[in-house]
Design a protein around this ligand. Sequence first.
Ligand SMILES: NC(=O)c1ccc[n+]([C@@H]2O[C@H](COP(=O)([O-])OP(=O)(O)OC[C@H]3O[C@@H](n4cnc5c(N)ncnc54)[C@H](O)[C@@H]3O)[C@@H](O)[C@H]2O)c1
Ligand SMILES: [Zn+2]
Length: 361
Amino acid sequence: MQPARIAVTTPSRAYTVAIEEGAIARIGHILDEVQAPKRRFIVSSPLVWRLHGPRLAQALTDAEPILVPDGERYKQLPTVTRVYDALVRANADRASTLITFGGGVIGDMAGFAAATYLRGVALVHVPTTLLAQVDSAIGGKVGVNHPLGKNLIGAFYQPHAVVIDPTVLGTLPRREFRAGLYEVVKYGMTSSPSLFDRLTRERSAIFSREPSVLTPVIAESCDIKARVVSADEKESGLRRILNFGHTAGHAIEAVTKYRRYRHGEAVAYGMLVASELATARGALAERDRQALADLISGMGPLPAIADVSTVQILEAIRRDKKVVSGRLHFVLPTAIGATAIVDDVTDKEMKQALKRVGFAK
Ligand SMILES: NC(=O)c1ccc[n+]([C@@H]2O[C@H](COP(=O)([O-])OP(=O)(O)OC[C@H]3O[C@@H](n4cnc5c(N)ncnc54)[C@H](O)[C@@H]3O)[C@@H](O)[C@H]2O)c1
Ligand SMILES: [Zn+2]
């Protein structure tokens, strides 16, 4: 399998995403290539470190691991402080590189530590969940939750490199794997009919997690995210298309207090809602809506929604960040691989779409 290299070129930094079976074993070379400063610190979680740490430690002989918990409820400033404490105790200076080794929680938290420690030290992401590999490790958003809201504290801070090894996905719980795949469905539906078809065609090989099958799927997803982020680093325009499925998705997560669904699962529902709404408007062909619904249902069951209130979802949507000056910017699918951003979605349309997907009255 050919290694894939994808360039991300934002105004603040240009960097490479390397996707390769066995990339972890080669990480020393990759870091030297990008001239990552020599003192290397790894931030990981006890679980990820137990499963995959030995391989990384072998490839980076003198790197020191800092282990912090990685549940969403630990994605808070006190955990970042533990990273600062370890860096200060080790006298980490500007000539240090912080390597994040974990899912999106570790990447966001440790990325925020890297952005702020000494006003910024070099950062390299080595994401270990599918979601982090195709989404959170690319684009430079780092940060933590506030007790009163998700991702309220953060920064844009681009890494020096992203190193993706699909073999680590072998140990990911099936539900986490699927949750990441829904973001891949999002890339297909917004930007790539060929990726969409590949997901349909190669479903069982993808689920068996063969690195040779996963590598091109991850690479195309990263390529789409990289292109969007390169064109719009700080989410003023084009980057909004990546919010497809996230209007209802974020609201579903908020209404259920981030407990019942993985983020990707809520996004799967959000994509179904957006496509119902688009079809009802005549903006999306029924056969394309059905293809999306079939792809999602073919990936396995989603947690139930029949008791989740449509009224509460509508309220949560009104409080969303995607409402700018009182108008909701909504990503409407118009075909497989194409979208339009509209700002005239009415409550009535949204309510009808939610009900058609199966939410409660
Ligand atoms: N920065 C961004 O642009 C961006 C984008 C999307 C999501 N996010 C953030 O990402 C977070 C979610 O990330 P996530 O879905 O990766 O969740 P996560 O980091 O909580 O990881 C999920 C679980 O998988 C475990 N795990 C990680 N790698 C594993 C492996 N290889 N084998 C077995 N278990 C493994 C973790 O220990 C954890 O229990 C959210 O906080 C979200 O806000 C950020
Ligand atoms: Zn998402």
